[in-house]
Design a protein around this ligand. Sequence first.
Ligand code: NDP
Length: 268
Amino acid sequence: MSFFSGKVVIVTGSSNGIGRGTAVIFAKEGAKLTITGRNAQSLEETKQLCLKAGAKQSDILELIGEITDASFNERLISATVEKFGRLDVLVNNAGGASMTNFGKGIFDIPVDEFDQMMELNVKQVLRLSQLSVPHLEKTNGAIVNVSSIAAFHQQSKMPYYSAAKSALDQITVQMAASLIKKGIRVNSVNPGPVATNVVVAAGGTKDDQDKMFAGMGSSMPLGRVGLPDDIGKIILFLADRSQSEILIGHIVTADGGVTLKSAMFPDA
Ligand code: NDP
């Protein structure tokens, strides 16, 4: 029997991209799921994929809302526990960059955008994690955060996104050190480029998005960009105490080798 059979998992940002891929992987493993996003139609598509993967109708709770809204954070946790009676895993996947000032440098982007990036990539993660602790403590549960390799790099086209993901990594290790005392494990996966709807969702065009992913694959050591499934499998592993109990506060770089590239010899 799968480790996740009958266990309860929340995946934020599961109406698209990495979150959707992750929800489907947990559904295949027999988990009960809360899926969430803002777009009702995309969320319904995720639900249908989960049903196809083996979930029952009654195993899925769909909640539509704005993830930076504190009252929605409370609803996500309380409605999940009310419906399923427990919580085993929180996947803090929702997040992203802003395309409004994409490509501008750190001194040309209004500081307000920094606040937005912190709200979207950090503060809601903290709130959801705090709210989930009493429930995860009862189940020896896990939190998996989705950060980015942008956290490690000078990312000149999206400086505040990078800064927010760096902050998220520090939050991951702080939470991990604190929560292991309650039996809860916290880890992070930091993807490199993954072919999702990320640019369009952040206000860019499909053309921008295709251009961004086109050619990236061939310059990556693996020879291709990541897929939502690649990241979902790592999230599953990090959430699975039977496989990864020894990992606490670990930042898993999942980038097809991009961060191995040398600035001096990029083609080596
Ligand atoms: P997508 O744009 O494909 O999906 C983002 C998901 O998050 C959607 O379900 C979206 O919901 C939800 N979401 C975004 N903002 C909000 C919000 N304000 N309120 C509620 N839901 C929201 O993105 P990815 O799958 O690519 O990204 C997922 C995570 O992975 C993010 O944290 C991102 O930073 C990270 N990442 C992505 C990389 C990539 O190359 N794709 C690389 C490194 C990290 P809806 O569409 O319904 O609004």
